[in-house]
Design a protein around this ligand. Sequence first.
Ligand code: ATP
Ligand code: MG
Length: 447
Amino acid sequence: MNRDNSNAVRRSQYFLPTLKETPAEAQIVSHRLMLRAGMVRQASAGIYSWLPLGFRVLKKIEQIVREEQNLAGAQEFLMPTIQSADLWKQSGRYDDYGKEMLRITDRHAREMLYGPTNEELITEIFANDVRSYRDLPKNLYHIQWKFRDEVRPRFGVMRGREFYMKDAYSFDLDASAGRVAYNKMFIAYLRTFARMGLQAIPMRADTGPIGGDQSHEFLILADTGESEVFCHRAYLDMDVMTADVDFADDQGLAAMVDRWTEHYAMTDEMHDPAKCPVAKDDLVEARGIEVGHIFFFGTKYSEALGARVVGPQGEDTAVQMGSYGIGVSRLTGAIIEASHDENGIIWPAGVAPFQVGLINLRQGDEACDAACNGMFDTMRAAGTEVLYDDRDGRAGVKFADMELIGLPWQLIVGPRGLKNGVVELKNRASGEREEVSAEAALSRLAG
Ligand code: ATP
Ligand code: MG
């Protein structure tokens, strides 16, 4: 028996405060729609509470990230949000990080901080317990809140101060093994974004303050993106999901990464018009949102923090490391930027908070109530995620709300249809409507 009722909810009981008016403070469509659809509320500048609908999306995104990390061989664990300043002093980043780091002093006057990232802490964890090359390779990740005191938090969850990130850290004996770890994450990232309905383009990136010699940012194209991007048109049609991936096949992975990096793709930071080899007709100039970033940085932190292992010949070497971030909370907004219309959000099925919105057009009408209750119970029992709008009120309001929150399917039940033995099934993305029997609708929506 299915005891979890969280996947089948009645709107009359659900905390879903939708707004008719567009909030004045929101400058971009995803921020506006997240507020209007009752997904988030601002707690203070750049810091948000996730209301039930938004929380479901966040968890869906998180779960896709998790599944693809696991598939690529990374292991999940959890590090704290609060860290001691000591390790950051050892790595030299305590000063480098500047005002973006939220510094905290505890009651014993110890310097602490709210982690903006976790290279230092994971390196210490590794250094304390791993001694031999036999324990390599390792890739550990966690999904945890971060804090960066951004000068200009804006665009809602897109550039928050507190935000939710997946960060993975790889440890290898030598640089070529490190490259294998990098390639695994590279392909896992493409798969992760594809499953969210996003076309993410890997772009060669500057390694910046984290340092190192290999780095890619993954960007999705959107007019509201903060980066300017220049890439070959070929990237618009590439699909990572058409091929099976074997994460144990190092050479196969390397070939895939080569295919995904053979064309030009740079953000404004790296783009040099004089050096860009792409013909004008093939060059896409657009704006993009950074949703992920991967680095291979060698021994930068292992040297500083003493993460060393004994190699096969008994030699003592600093391990080769990489780090790999995905902006989980930012993705919520990024997906909306990529998928909406003038009526609201259009959730790709993989991240939709519910698959079905059941609309009762005549609440209180015996036949309508009975049909809706029956379908709702059937879907709940089958594990189909359903939000049932069982409120008293005008049909127009229910339609507008359902369009706004963007569930993939609307199942519309009214007295006229029921007389003819049909209900209406509407696809949110295509707008197509179909009249079918309740049984036919349920079997289409099952699973
Ligand atoms: P940006 O250039 O957008 O400031 P970053 O390069 O500083 O990001 P990373 O350190 O690479 O960020 O972090 C990994 C991922 O975390 C980014 O790719 C992005 O998706 C997400 N991220 C970074 N900063 C924020 C933020 N302030 N709010 C929400 N997500 C963020
Ligand atoms: Mg980055």
